[in-house]
Design a protein around this ligand. Structure first.
Ligand SMILES: Nc1nc2c(ncn2[C@@H]2O[C@H](COP(=O)(O)OP(=O)(O)OP(=O)(O)O)[C@@H](O)[C@H]2O)c(=O)[nH]1
Length: 183
């Protein structure tokens, strides 16, 4: 079977760990230093239910509540990973604003595959956003939710299998049987 292409953008406030999650997933590495992203694209081969995909990941520059999102964040993107960090209430507020902007741009958000991610779950003493708050927000959007740690490689691969499953569901091509297998 031939390889298919899907494109996913990671969005969220500055320094929530978008690059770290991407690099952990693509290269199995965690870098402690902080280097703000302008924009980066990564590729990863992924297999879901026996089908090979080339997943293109667009690691965007961090946004804030005032950011005007460029057209390129909406064109040709199949799904979105919206990231906040559990030690930043501000980043949780910003992710809500980004979602609203996506909704405005995409129109029919119900068909736009989104996964909500609360990263830096290892920072237990600095936590400002509770698991339940993330869960509630995701439920109100009707999207999957995960808490992750790029640092400890907790639930990182799951983000990308979840977004792929959401994309396939939206396309109506999800296979009814069999689990989701990453390789
Ligand atoms: N403790 C902890 N630190 C993390 C985690 N993920 C990222 N970091 C750190 O947080 C800082 C920012 O991470 P980045 O991955 O650069 O964040 P970003 O969202 O890509 O940032 P922008 O490029 O500004 O949008 C870095 O110092 C990372 O090492 C995590 O899961 N746990």
């Amino acid at each position: 079977m031939s390889t298919k292409e899907r494109k996913v953008a990671l969005m969220g406030f500055r320094s929530v760990g978008k690059s770290s999650l991407t690099i952990q997933f693509v290269d199995n590495q965690f870098v402690d230093s902080y280097d703000p992203t302008i924009e980066n694209t990564f590729q990863k081969a992924i297999r879901i239910n026996g089908q090979d995909y080339n997943l293109e990941l667009k690691d965007t520059a961090g946004q804030d509540e005032y950011s005007i999102l460029p057209q390129s964040y909406f064109m040709n993107i199949d799904g979105y990973v919206l990231v906040y960090s559990v030690n930043s209430f501000k980043s949780f507020e910003v992710v809500k604003i980004i979602y609203e902007k996506l909704l405005d741009m995409k129109g029919s958000i119900n068909r736009v595959p989104v996964v909500l991610v609360g990263n830096k779950s290892d920072l237990t003493l600095e936590r400002e956003v509770q698991y339940e708050d993330g869960k509630k927000l995701a439920s109100s959007w009707n999207v999957p939710f995960l808490e992750t740690s790029a640092k400890e490689n907790q639930s990182v691969a799951e983000i990308f299998s979840m977004v792929m499953m959401a994309i396939l569901r939206a396309e109506g091509s999800e296979q009814k049987k069999g689990g989701c297998v990453l390789s």
